[in-house]
Design a protein around this ligand. Structure first.
Ligand code: GLA
Length: 384
């Protein structure tokens, strides 16, 4: 449907027949705010995607239409970022980052659109970066490997959007595999795909529809706080380069020097890394109860120690705790809004939705939105 729409608009706007690429959004089972601390994450790519129709135009210019924003922009690589609409900074950033690596990016016409809800914490921006990274790699015969493409997306976000994000979202969008979660070690970039046997359970996303305006500034602040914690502890702890190298025992003596807040951030990250590994073990043993318990603990940490939750997310997690047949629930992604992810018995899904709708309605006088996601393949060219 979206695929056909994107192709149709391409034909209307540009005429020639394009190549078609797709890149998915992601969920993250557990491991939040650990990626930029060189820790572990456990994401998966989902069946919601951005489709990109693209063809060379034999000029030096880039013409891009967003069907979702109903907007067309034209620019060259010398354009000033600030004058571009927000969405266009992602492809612009990808082009610039590729050029920084010495790649020649020829002019193109492109149309994109998708069904990943924006601002819901499902990484629609990483999907957009990944779609362009994969497509430009092919169109310009660059032969860049998949990790380089993921890093190009991440750098585009750092340098042209202003969010100092980790690698998780771009990685998941590019490396995702059908019905599998991926354990990524953000220090070594080693990764392992795990089949996700849900055995009669479903992963349900519940969207608060809160798009917090502070999200990117608070995100960068958390990252700086973690770096500050490491800087303080590393003065005596030889070899400590990130929180990945740290244990609670090692950072405890520096609590007073760090101050309560920085200490709590570091403590959360170290504990969350342990939870990711514990989740993998529980998955290997088909112990979904243990996975669910770890999800609840993750939320506790994000709410009280890392302080990136919000009243709407907390309300949904509390309501999940009191509902029947729910194994675990937590906020997902950067925080301050977006979705929770819950592990729910299939037979209890309807009752779960009703409990959350009631609790949310009582407190906020509106309804949350539910998405039942399945895990799909990572980014690539669409040939059918
Ligand atoms: C956002 C960032 C990711 C990651 C998560 C939190 O999605 O883009 O790199 O840090 O927040 O886990």
């Amino acid at each position: 449907m979206i695929k056909a729409q994107v192709k149709k608009i391409f034909a209307q706007e540009f005429g020639s027949s394009p190549r078609l690429f797709a890149a998915p959004g992601r969920i993250n089972l557990i491991g939040e705010h650990t990626d930029y601390n060189n820790g572990f994450v456990l994401p998966a790519s989902i069946d919601k995607r951005i489709y990109l129709a693209i063809a060379p135009n034999q000029t030096e210019g880039f013409n891009i239409v967003s069907t979702d924003f109903n907007e067309r922009v034209s620019f060259t690589a010398n354009h000033n970022t600030q004058s571009l609409p927000h969405w266009a900074r992602y492809p612009f950033g990808v082009i610039k980052e590729m050029q920084k690596l010495g790649c020649t990016i020829n002019g193109f016409n492109a149309v994109f659109g998708g069904d990943i809800p924006a601002g819901a914490g499902l990484s629609s921006s990483a999907a957009l970066e990944s779609a362009f990274a994969i497509a430009l790699n092919e169109l310009n015969a660059l032969n860049l490997d998949k990790f380089t493409l993921a890093k190009i997306g991440q750098s585009a976000e750092h340098n042209y959007v202003g969010v100092r994000c980790g690698i998780m979202d771009q990685f998941a969008s590019i490396f995702g595999k059908d019905e599998q979660v991926v354990l990524l070690d953000c220090q070594t970039l080693e990764h392992r795909h795990f089949p996700l046997h849900l055995n009669g359970h479903k992963l349900i996303l519940t969207d608060t529809q809160v798009k917090h305006s502070l999200a990117s500034s608070e995100y960068n602040k958390r990252r700086a706080e973690c770096e500050e914690g490491v800087r303080i502890a590393a003065t005596n702890e030889v070899g400590m380069k990130s929180l990945r190298d740290a244990t609670i025992k090692q950072i405890e003596p520096y609590k007073a020097m760090m101050g309560e807040q920085v200490y709590m951030r570091c403590e959360y990250v170290i504990e969350e890394n342990e939870r990711v590994l514990a989740t993998c073990k529980a998955l290997s043993n088909d112990n979904l109860e243990a996975v669910g318990a770890l999800m609840y603990q993750s939320h506790q940490g994000l709410q009280h120690k890392y302080q990136v939750s919000c009243a709407e997310l907390d309300c949904l997690v509390d309501a999940a705790k009191s509902a029947q047949g729910v194994l675990g629930s937590r906020m997902m992604g950067g925080g301050f809004g977006g979705c929770t992810i819950s592990l729910v018995k299939e037979s209890a899904v309807d009752a779960f939705k009703k409990s959350l709708t009631d609790a949310f309605g009582q407190q906020f006088n509106r309804q949350p939105i539910f998405y039942s996601v399945t895990i799909g393949n990572g980014a690539g060219e669409v040939t059918e």
